[in-house]
Design a protein around this ligand. Structure first.
Ligand SMILES: CC(C)(COP(=O)(O)OP(=O)(O)OC[C@H]1O[C@@H](n2cnc3c(N)ncnc32)[C@H](O)[C@@H]1OP(=O)(O)O)[C@@H](O)C(=O)NCCC(=O)NCCS
Length: 313
């Protein structure tokens, strides 16, 4: 019922009863926002408290709050990964105020801000079954850019297969990844939990520096490569890329919970683009929750933002 009411209301231009204001987040919003986000994902709560200080301090993107009659009731975060690549996250509306067009108003503000930031690419990730987020994406000019199956495993101690990549390997790995089927199916993105970034040489070198890349070699040639970024939102270790021959992929997937144990994370997760890769990581002991599919939406024409009416603010 709520959903139908929300839909009709938003389409007919219903405004929330009260005065809605969109502004930058402030330290003083903490209590209200932590309170209404406590049950965003049921028993899993929300990662907003974990990123709160970092998001508040972000001067390159924007942390937006929707305030209804002076009380914070919604959030959204624009993050800049560099080079005009933007990521949207943290869209939340207080459950007490959903279906009133507040997310719609927040997204108009997000688009207006983005227009001023002149993005080259804008993306966000949501769950397969998050119908609200999927609907909002399609209404606001996004399309599905990549689909992933999301797996998890508990971190546990064990010995690692393969070796950590070094700076000398960067060119060879970049070349390997450029030809990789996994990479093509992922639209050139590397997963870091629920955040996906474009692969660039500089980023690859950063992952290598942080000891987040492992390789398996046979007779000196690369048989497999995996990237294990730290998920800064959920504080898990992830495997955001793995390709090579099947036994190398499985060996590299088995490394993930072991690296998780070494780095002190309780869980680790991975995102893979097709049933083929999913089968291999399942054989390596990862579990999938049926609802845990991820969709990465991308804005169809970021340059059009500068021309949109929402930019005339
Ligand atoms: C998703 C969320 C932000 C929507 O907030 P909201 O203020 O209730 O949304 P609005 O009332 O502005 O509705 C925006 C549009 O989404 C539609 N919508 C809202 N909830 C919906 C649902 N459960 N299923 C399908 N469509 C839905 C509305 O009908 C409206 O569409 P329209 O403008 O074409 O009529 C809110 O439900 C929420 O905080 N959910 C938990 C966090 C989340 O899923 N965030 C999304 C990204 S991860």
């Amino acid at each position: 019922m709520r959903r139908r009411a929300g839909r009709t209301g938003a389409r007919e231009g219903l405004r929330p009863a009260g005065r809605l204001k969109l502004r930058d987040a402030r330290a003083a919003d903490r209590r209200a926002i932590f309170e209404f986000t406590r049950r965003t994902w049921g028993q899993y709560g929300d990662f907003i408290p974990r990123v709160w200080r970092r998001w508040l301090g972000d001067r390159e993107g924007r942390f937006i709050v929707a305030e209804l009659d002076g009380v914070p009731v919604g959030t959204a975060k624009i993050s800049h990964f560099g080079g005009g690549e933007f990521w949207l996250e943290g869209l939340r509306v207080d459950p007490e105020h959903r279906g009133k067009g507040i997310a719609r108003a927040i997204n108009l503000e997000v688009l207006a801000s983005l227009a001023r930031m002149q993005p080259r690419a804008v993306r966000y990730c949501t769950g397969y079954r998050n119908w609200a987020s999927r609907h909002i994406g399609s209404v606001f000019g996004f399309r599905i850019g990549a689909r992933f199956r999301h797996f998890w495993a508990k971190s546990r101690k064990g010995s690692l297969r393969g070796e950590f990549a070094t700076r000398r390997d960067a060119g060879e790995i970049y070349e390997f990844m450029s030809r990789s089927r996994f990479m093509r199916l992922s639209s050139g993105l590397v997963g870091e939990g629920w955040v996906f970034r474009e692969l660039t040489m500089a980023r690859l070198e950063g992952y290598i520096r942080r000891k987040s890349v492992m390789v398996v070699r046979r007779a000196g040639a690369l048989a497999g490569v995996a990237i294990y970024p730290f998920d800064v939102n959920d504080k898990d270790l992830t495997m955001g890329f793995a390709d090579g021959d099947p036994s190398a992929i499985k060996a590299l997937a088995r490394n993930c919970p072991r690296l998780g144990a070494m780095r002190g994370t309780e869980y680790c997760s991975m995102s893979v683009p097709t049933r083929y890769f999913a089968g291999l990581v399942e054989e390596a002991g990862f579990k999938r929750k049926s609802s845990m599919g991820q969709l990465v939406f991308e804005f169809v024409d970021p340059r059009s933002l500068a021309r949109s009416p929402s930019n005339r603010k």
